[in-house]
Design a protein around this ligand. Structure first.
Ligand SMILES: Nc1ncnc2c1ncn2[C@@H]1O[C@H](COP(=O)(O)OP(=O)(O)OP(=O)(O)O)[C@@H](O)[C@H]1O
Length: 853
């Protein structure tokens, strides 16, 4: 490590400082697992000041009021926007009170503890831990997996997922019982049994382009029909309820992967062609459906187990019905018996013979195809762990029409390339529907790759787009692949689910996170979480890079801090990022890592700061306003030239950027407390090609201005990564930084000049440049995220214009062009020559070299 942890003796005495520090501590304390992770920093045996170990007024108050403390009575103790300490730190403590539990005599041989709320704690250092972990990942939801203790929770969805792959409630209870240090609490056992009983009773089936709710249980049918929400969603046709013989269950099959080494052939792959389900016999049309069906039941040859009763629901009510079924504890399963689908055309697609599926990819797919059918749900793998290949393999297994939804045009192209790379699909069978390109596949069926915004666009469409949408909506798809599926719960994307008819859906993401509470909605919009990989395990195995994370505290010079305290909320972030000591830390770290041969990405959300930093340090930079050609040029240069070791990136680089050369990341400004952005940025260095080198480590530095809101946000941002097992070291001082030659802003005079420049620009330029960023992003079809981390369709209100590629501006690409700020466009036009000082410098140097004799 280039840095030394050192004691910061200075503590400013202003009340504002105390507030900020308190806020910081409170926020840290409010993050589950964080405090313990922070303490691990102490393992470094330094004598550094540790925030967790300082006496905290809040802790004292809490300690004195353990039984009766009501945080709402003390709102002034918590800074606005911080989750209250009482509910995060204390109530869960009560829930995790294990004192009443009786340990089994041989408890030391067992690695698992459970409380009365279904929370499980695994000793991950126990010899049995790997086995238990495999089981837990099937039946429970991982909450936090730091080095020594893993937390899981038995949740309804995870139990449903377990039952769906053939585990019975008793299997779950007995297996857990074997691993537990204590007896299983009876209420938890009852809860598991309850989930087992209701699971699988209701199914959502797509047949002949119509959606049906199916059940074999007449009591459940009656309940659903009488339900005030589900009842009205029924399609009132002559044939209200149909009764059919139940389709036979088939064995496990991951078809289409037989050529792929590494993917275990599952039992029953050579499944018999089972009988096609008979199509519906008419049952009755009366409102007293239940009674009549009951009579019918007695009259026909079917036993209750052998028949299913179904009623059709309106296409646009599918997610509403699914949501309600879940609320009634009868989740509507979406399972696709693709082997017995004789209606939809087969797609010629198989994995290429050389394709080697990694074990965790195989495991995740086995959860999807666990009972011989394709289950809808979500697979969570870390950034760079190969979600695309998982999606491609699922498509090769189902072998029916596939629709892929991606977040940007760039991602659409990447998906197409990955399909061609991993599978033997005919290139003509892949179509693209994006703002840049529209193509169709030639055969009866194929793969179509599009963006969320294309299929949710509610504006009047160009003729070509409208035709394409009709094509998408007018047929059944075997599989819908939803990339970055965490965006789906946004109101505008929900429509996608209803408007496209798919037999199965697979959501893929690294960060099943939203700052709102809508992530749970994926359970009925897509399906349960089927698999979530362990980041630390994958980095131990070399599939993703090992990363050392650090938060570098950068004190602010007094004159900057005064301005910071007097500034409004938005301008404060400008002073934080323009803090000259932060600049120096960034300069120091770049120099250090360049000298080690690292390739460095510096991330700044603030485009004004991005430009100033990059120009001063003579490095290339990219932001939303950079043209596509220059963007490609800069990326190629960064990847291939030893002359370029550092690249400055705005948030356009957060996702979908494959830069395997990058080994170090420095974050100077970020989007408030967004946990997802932190993880996505870390993802840029997880794919480092050098990850398999002996002793290799990538580095992630988050630079925060000390005693400011940045510290609070930083703690919140890290929470997700800490739960994945990363620990952030706190660096309070960079060794010998002030002795570094050419250190910028080393004199009071230069700092004063910087301050007056920032003050002068604060009102105008700084924020105008954010508009440029937004414009560029919109042209790219990327998502915006608001201060709360929620995805937004449009640029923030301050954005005045939409820039795009010239070809798009003709209106034929299905994108509307709005120009409201003409002067801003002029400034874009002016910038035809390379904007980057770095490139100008390279050009000058080349010119000089040419002139040399
Ligand atoms: N089984 C595999 N064998 C070899 N290479 C693989 C395998 N799986 C994935 N990869 C490679 O790993 C890299 C990352 O894959 P991919 O882009 O699909 O990751 P991702 O999980 O989608 O990342 P992000 O979340 O950052 O978009 C790619 O270069 C891909 O080709």
């Amino acid at each position: 490590m280039p840095c030394r942890l050192a004691m910061s003796s200075k503590r400013k005495a202003t009340s504002a400082v105390d507030d900020a520090s308190k806020a910081h501590r409170a926020s840290r304390d409010s993050t589950p697992g964080l405090a313990s992770q922070r303490r691990r920093v102490g393992d470094a045996k330094d004598d550094s000041w540790e925030p967790d170990e300082q006496p905290n007024v809040l802790d004292t108050v809490i300690a004195q009021n353990t039984q009766k403390f009501d945080i709402s009575a003390f709102p002034y103790l918590l800074p606005p926007g911080i989750v209250d300490v009482a509910s995060r730190d204390f109530q869960p403590e009560q829930k995790r009170d294990f004192t009443a539990l009786r340990l089994k005599p041989d408890h030391h041989n067992r690695p698992l503890l459970i409380d009365g709320w279904g929370k499980l704690i695994l000793e991950s250092f126990h010899p049995l831990a790997p086995k238990v972990q495999d089981f837990l990942i099937t039946v429970a939801e991982p909450l936090s997996r730091p080095t020594f203790m893993h937390e899981y929770r038995l949740a309804t969805h995870s139990l449903y997922a377990a039952v769906s792959i053939g585990l019975s409630s008793d299997d779950v209870i007995n297996t857990l019982g074997r691993f537990l240090k204590t007896e299983m609490p009876p209420n938890v056992a009852e809860y598991v049994r309850h989930c087992g009983r209701s699971y699988g009773k209701v199914k959502m089936v797509l047949r002949d382009s119509k959606y049906y709710v199916e059940t074999a249980d007449l009591d459940v049918l009656q309940m659903l029909l009488k339900d005030p929400i589900i009842g009205p969603c029924r399609v009132q046709t002559v044939e209200n309820i149909t009764t059919a013989s139940a389709p036979t269950m088939a064995g496990l099959a991951i078809a289409g992967t037989k050529e792929a080494a590494g993917l275990r052939e599952a039992a029953g792959l050579d499944m018999e062609e089972s009988k096609r389900p008979q199509t519906g016999q008419r049952a009755t049309t009366t409102n007293e459906v239940y009674n009549v069906l009951a009579e019918d039941d007695g009259d026909n040859d079917y036993s209750e187990q052998d028949v299913v009763h179904a009623f059709q629901i309106q296409d646009d009510k599918v997610s509403k019905v699914a949501e309600r079924c879940l609320a009634l504890h009868y989740p509507a399963l979406e399972e696709y018996d693709f082997r017995n689908d004789y209606i939809n055309a087969n797609l010629e697609i198989d994995l290429r013979p050389g394709t080697q599926i990694r074990p965790y990819q195989e495991k995740s797919l086995s959860k999807m195809f666990g009972n011989g059918r394709a289950k809808s749900g979500v697979i969570v793998l870390p950034c760079g762990a190969g979600k695309t290949l998982v999606g491609v393999t699922a498509a090769c297994t189902i072998k029916k029409g596939v629709i892929v939804l991606a977040t940007s045009n760039m991602s659409v192209i990447q998906w197409r390339n990955e399909f061609l790379k991993w599978s033997n699909i005919d290139p003509d069978s892949i179509a693209i529907f994006s703002s840049d390109k529209k193509s169709v596949f030639t055969g009866n069926t194929g793969v179509i790759i599009t963006t969320y915004s294309m299929v949710t666009n509610s504006r009047e469409r160009a003729y070509e787009s409208a035709k394409m949408m009709k094509f998408l909506q007018g047929r059944e798809w075997g599989l819908m692949l939803l990339d970055e599926v965490h965006v789906v719960p946004a109101q505008m994307f929900r429509r996608v689910i209803g408007s496209l008819k798919c037999h199965s859906k697979l959501g893929l993401t690294a960060t099943l996170l939203r700052e709102d509470d809508r992530i749970e909605d994926l359970n009925f919009l897509i399906g349960p979480k089927l698999y979530e990989a362990n980041w630390m395990e994958l980095s131990e195995q070399g599939h993703i890079a090992k990363v050392q994370c650090a938060e570098v505290w950068c004190p602010m010079p007094t004159e900057f801090y005064e301005q910071y305290l007097n500034a409004g909320v938005r301008a404060r972030s400008l002073f934080c990022v323009m803090n000259p000591q932060k600049f120096q830390a960034c300069q120091y770290l770049i120099r250090y890592h360049e000298s080690r041969g690292d390739k460095i990405i510096v991330f700044s959300d603030n485009v004004y700061a991005l430009e100033i930093y990059a120009k001063k340090l003579m490095k290339p930079y990219l932001y939303g306003g950079t043209s596509n050609t220059e963007r490609q040029e800069v990326l190629d240069f960064f990847q291939n030239s030893p002359q370029c070791s550092t690249l400055f990136l705005s948030k356009i680089g957060d996702t979908s950027l494959d830069l395997p050369e990058a080994t170090c990341l420095i974050q100077i400004s970020a989007q408030y407390g967004s946990r997802r952005q932190e993880a996505q940025r870390l993802g840029r260095i997880l794919r480092a090609t050098r990850r398999k080198d002996e002793g290799f480590n990538a580095f992630f530095y988050s630079l925060v201005s000390k005693d400011t809101n940045e510290m609070v946000f930083s703690s919140k941002r890290q929470a997700f990564l800490v739960d994945q097992g990363y620990s952030f070291k706190i660096i309070t001082e960079l060794k010998d930084m002030d002795k570094m030659p050419d250190l910028e802003f080393g004199t009071p005079q230069s700092r004063r000049e910087l301050l007056s420049k920032v003050l002068g620009d604060a009102e105008s330029k700084a924020w105008k440049d954010e508009e440029k960023e937004s414009a560029g992003l919109q042209a790219d079809g990327n998502m915006f995220y608001g201060p709360d981390g929620k995805p937004m369709r449009k640029a923030p209100r301050s954005a005045k214009r939409t820039a795009s590629a010239l070809t798009d501006l003709g209106g034929g690409q299905g994108m509307a062009y709005v120009e409201q700020d003409r002067s801003a466009n002029k400034s874009i036009k002016k910038k035809k020559a390379p904007q980057s000082a770095f490139f100008r410098k390279v050009a000058r140097e080349e010119e000089r070299r040419r002139k040399l004799p």
